[in-house]
Design a protein around this ligand. Structure first.
Ligand code: SF4
Length: 377
């Protein structure tokens, strides 16, 4: 797929000329600062603030206002502030996000998520989050084994995580907890202990991600075998099911009604606007992402990488995204699938077909990429 590089002025001109549909369902805001880079992290963030937060906020406001010149953004139903580490912001900076830039209270928001790390979230910040309308906090716990946290390069302790989770619940936010599995050197028992303790904290939803790194080793240790990943994944699937969490997406579980609306919008391929360095946006057939550079972002002259998808590409993307979820894909949409493989995957217990939909099973979700690749080959 050909990618184009546009500066903001040209991007906006292009979108206007296409008479694009600016009814964004979701808004994502990327806060690209972290205290220290974790060893496994692939997200765009920098570990020094490269100028003040005030300058960053000025650029965020400039970007936001330029998109607002195209649309009033009143269709936005979900907001997600992610990073990076948004909880590095001070209480007054959190409130300034709303009072000086976005006026969050003007949106008719159904869900407003804020990402936090255990070491940098506290009561004062949570009070500010309440004030600006945040409904859900996603806490980057990753493990409740202190040795494993150090091995991952995290700077919080398991006690920091437990304390933050309890305070988030006490203040009445919906709580999502992120954990990682497949960590080299972590025993099965240590993973089991983390999962049990996480459930004991009673989060509304849980995200469990497989550690993925591009090399064969991580922090001096060889990666785990795919069988070991699968064993840990199956344990998580079973234990969370027994405890009332529904597996609604490859890496996500929730109590009924507590699924992330914002992320579901991504998987249902609804339009979204992303602001901040590296943030991605989707408007129907146009996808663009902001250059991952704080330095350039501060000059208000960063570039966007843009691609325009044709009908077939959109349909395939819809297929792939829908297959990530427990809703599955409606077969009556005209994607040409390899029927032999489809039958084979159903026989192997990796897919189910019912009510005209193909739905991945728990085992199928673990190998989804190869299933999808075979089905559309
Ligand atoms: S805190 Fe999160 S975003 Fe920051 S480096 Fe660690 S994993 Fe990456």
């Amino acid at each position: 797929m050909e990618k184009f590089r546009y500066h903001r002025k040209h991007l906006l001109k292009f979108l206007k000329s296409k008479k694009a549909n600016f009814d964004f369902e979701s808004l994502y805001i990327h806060i690209p600062f972290c205290k220290k880079k974790c060893l496994y992290c692939d997200f765009y963030s920098v570990s020094d603030k490269k100028g003040s937060i005030k300058n960053f906020f000025d650029s965020l406001k400039a970007e936001y206002e330029e998109f607002r010149s195209l649309t009033d953004l009143s269709s936005i139903k979900t907001i997600y502030i992610g990073g990076g580490t948004p909880s590095l912001l001070l209480p007054e900076e959190i409130e300034a996000l709303s009072s000086s830039i976005f006026s969050f209270n003007d949106f008719e928001i159904e869900e407003f998520t804020f990402e936090a790390n255990p070491e940098s979230i506290d009561l004062a910040k949570m009070v500010s989050l309440k004030k600006i309308g945040v409904t859900r906090i996603s806490l980057g716990v990753q493990s409740l084994d202190d040795e494993i946290l150090r091995f991952l390069g995290r700077i919080h302790s398991s006690e920091d995580a437990r304390k933050a989770a309890r305070e988030i619940k006490n203040l009445g936010f919906d709580l999502n907890i992120d954990i990682i599995y497949g960590i080299p050197g972590q025993t099965f028992g240590s993973l089991v202990d983390t999962v049990k303790q996480v459930v004991y904290l009673e989060p509304d939803s849980i995200s469990a991600y497989a550690l993925t790194v591009k090399k064969d080793t991580f922090n001096g240790l060889p990666l785990k075998s795919s069988e070991a990943y699968f064993e840990e994944y199956l344990y998580i699937v079973e234990f969370l099911r027994k405890n009332g969490y529904r597996h609604y997406e490859v890496s996500n579980w929730a109590h009924d009604g507590k699924e992330s609306k914002h992320n579901l919008n991504y998987w249902l391929r609804k339009n979204y606007l992303g602001l901040g360095p590296s943030a991605a946006s989707l408007i129907d057939d146009v996808r663009f992402s902001n250059e991952p550079s704080v330095t350039k972002y501060l000059t208000n002259n960063s570039a966007y990488f843009l691609e325009v998808l044709n009908e077939d590409q959109i349909l395939l993307e819809r297929f792939y995204l829908a297959m990530r979820t427990s809703l599955g894909f409606d077969i009556s949409q005209s994607v040409t699938l390899n029927v032999e493989f489809l039958k084979e995957f159903v026989n192997q217990g990796l897919l189910e077909v019912s009510d005209n939909r193909i739905v991945p099973t728990d085992r199928g979700m673990f190998v989804l990429d190869s299933i999808v690749a075979s089905l559309i080959a």
